[in-house]
Design a protein around this ligand. Structure first.
Ligand code: ZN
Length: 52
């Protein structure tokens, strides 16, 4: 589980442009496994706005 990007299974709206978001942008540089309760370090983004 070292993937930097995570494909969402639920429809979300890109926080950058408002398009349907298929990705979540990880907002931390910490590459360790996500701890429970740290969902706020992700932002919903579309493919175009997603930065890996
Ligand atoms: Zn976008």
């Amino acid at each position: 589980m070292a993937e930097a990007e995570y494909v969402t299974k639920t429809l979300a709206i890109c926080i950058q442009c408002g398009e349907p978001a298929n990705f979540t942008q990880r907002l931390t540089k910490d590459e360790r496994q996500i701890l429970i309760g740290e969902t706020d370090i992700y932002e919903a983004r579309c493919r175009r706005c997603f930065k890996s």
